[in-house]
Design a protein around this ligand. Sequence first.
Ligand SMILES: C[S@@+](CC[C@H](N)C(=O)[O-])C[C@H]1O[C@@H](n2cnc3c(N)ncnc32)[C@H](O)[C@@H]1O
Length: 252
Amino acid sequence: MSKVYFIGAGPGDPDLITVKGRKIIEEADVIIYAGSLVNPEVINCRKEKSEVYNSAKMTLEEIIDITKESIYEGKKIARVHTGDPSIYGAIREQMDKLDKLGIDYEVIPGVSSFVASAAVLKKEFTLPGVSQTVICTRLEGRTPVPEKENLESLASHKASMAIFLSVHMIDRVVEKLKKHYDEDTPVAVVQRATWEDEKIVEGTLKDIEKKVKEANITKTAQILVGNFLGNKYELSKLYDKNFSHEYRSAKK
Ligand SMILES: C[S@@+](CC[C@H](N)C(=O)[O-])C[C@H]1O[C@@H](n2cnc3c(N)ncnc32)[C@H](O)[C@@H]1O
């Protein structure tokens, strides 16, 4: 029996899909892609005869029906998600349905938009002496967030943070973060990271709300928060000449 491939398309730039993901799209008979966020250029490499479906317009049942029929016809399926499918990708419910139907699948990871945003800002989330933890989260929307994970309590760690799906509620995000982070904590908002029309707004918790509103950023953005966006940190032990590890001895 043929297989379903869940593929992370990356954040936008069509060259940011993995080589493995692209090869599968090239060979796929059926492509079901998340048209609301996946750059259509990512599937330009497909076979001329491939069938293409935009999952933005489909229900879970419709996606599974197409998948099931295509698999029974021996077709190879590329199910293309934005960024990495394991983050707000709603793939678990699809995989569980495929398990029940006895349909085989594989997941090909992708570049998530939060790491793509750090890349375009040329920043490192895990700076020594600043933070060694990255929190990926969101404000509650139609999907609830468990109470113990509310933004305010996550903010109490003052870790590096990537906030998805929430830029339209930037006022509430800032209000909750300010309960723990200092007002001068740096914040960067990156809209459509790696797309040609990418927009970046940088500020602090004091002024980011105003700047985001002035820039008219209301969706498809990452809110990155924390002192990792600043300039104070300690040098790593990894490249410290006085420090030995498995691959290198300390220089005398
Ligand atoms: C449904 S989630 C999907 C996340 C995706 N699986 C990932 O790994 O990036 C959609 C949210 O991801 C973020 N997002 C997706 N693509 C983005 C991009 N190119 N730049 C900035 N944020 C992006 C936004 O917060 C958007 O509201």
